[in-house]
Design a protein around this ligand. Structure first.
Ligand SMILES: [Zn+2]
Length: 333
């Protein structure tokens, strides 16, 4: 199936009544897929792209091209990360569409643009970062906020297990918590199509990590539960429409690969806890390669997620020292 060009507003039909567009992203991902569902006399758009000028010009060309002649009724969001949700505010103002998403994702996006400097500092000190690294990170965070603007004025809440009528057929909302607070994926049994968001990707696994301000969460547990829920609810013969990479068949095989990939990473980290370690001491066993400054936040969050998973299983313990640094070790048997 030929992919549409990135960022010029062109669209390819991938499934009955489902169009595929690609919005530009910098960095190794290169693009995010967004979907236009033919809803009889209107369009439903699933995800938006970043809140930047390149994405805006791609949408304007789509509205003058393949999407012309019909209004956009709904903008539906899988989750609140900036590449999915960033352009939502502009899109609903420009088209007059309503915005639909889960409340947890809306809250998460608002938190991401809030002032989290104190929480971030505490979290990254605990993980073992030094002060210059934290200062550089807080600087980068300020630029990150722009990717979300302008914020949308309001939204209508969707929930896991809802059935959304789109294009005359029901689409089942599948909740998968872990990559983000209340990620939604959409399964249409009639058309054998599964819009997977970032939960199931063809080649990479989206980051599953703990972020500053989350003192208790075990996102890896809920993310693995989300994979189980998908396997139980969505048959293997669907066409998977992921947010990054190409549409593919073979959902259950990919789910199994992603699950075993994470269990292997947990095992490598557990094996490295033969003496007390900080999160940053575990990059090597976790990733097998050095982590550069642009990846250090996600990498730290992913390692902490594995450590929390081990702690919840009773296999690791954490002691915070007088400087606020967390030292993790395997549980003595
Ligand atoms: Zn994401």
């Amino acid at each position: 199936m030929p992919a549409p060009a990135i960022g010029d507003g062109s669209m390819a039909w991938v499934a009955e009544g489902v169009g595929w567009l690609r919005m530009p992203l910098q960095g190794p991902l290169g693009f995010i897929n967004v979907w236009a569902i033919d809803d009889d006399d209107a369009w439903i758009l699933v995800d938006c792209g970043l809140g930047d000028a390149a994405t805006e010009s791609a949408w304007l060309r789509a509205f003058a091209g393949p999407l012309s002649g019909r209004p956009v009724r709904t903008v539906l969001i899988t989750h609140g990360h900036p590449d999915h949700f960033g352009k939502a505010g502009w899109l609903v103002r420009h088209t007059g569409a309503r915005l639909r998403m889960t409340a947890g994702e809306h809250r998460g996006a608002l938190r991401a643009i809030g002032d989290g400097a104190a929480e971030a500092t505490r979290f990254y000190v605990a993980a073992g970062w030094d002060q210059p690294t934290i200062a550089r990170w807080l600087d980068r965070l300020a630029g990150f906020h722009d990717l979300y603007l302008p914020l949308p004025p309001a939204f209508e809440r969707i929930r896991a297990d809802d059935a959304l009528a789109m294009g005359g057929t029901p689409w089942h909302v599948i909740g998968c918590v872990g990559h983000s607070p209340e990620h939604a994926a959409f399964h249409c049994a009639d058309r054998r199509v599964f819009i997977a968001g970032d939960q199931v990707l063809p080649r990479i696994t989206a980051s599953v990590g703990v972020w500053p301000g989350d003192e208790e969460g075990n996102p890896l547990r809920t993310w693995l539960d989300g994979l189980d829920a998908i396997e139980a609810a969505v048959p293997d013969d669907v066409l998977v429409l992921p947010s990054h990479g190409d549409p593919f068949h073979g959902l259950h095989t990919r789910v199994a690969e992603m699950r075993s990939g994470h269990h292997a990473m947990i095992a490598r980290i557990a094996a490295a806890l033969d003496r007390p370690r900080r999160a940053i001491d575990l990059f090597d066993p976790a990733f097998g390669k050095p982590i550069g400054p642009h990846r250090i936040g996600a990498a730290t969050g992913e390692v902490v997620a594995c450590l929390r998973w081990l702690a919840a299983e009773g296999r690791a313990t954490c002691a915070r020292d007088a400087d606020g640094v967390d030292w993790w070790a395997v549980t003595a048997r």
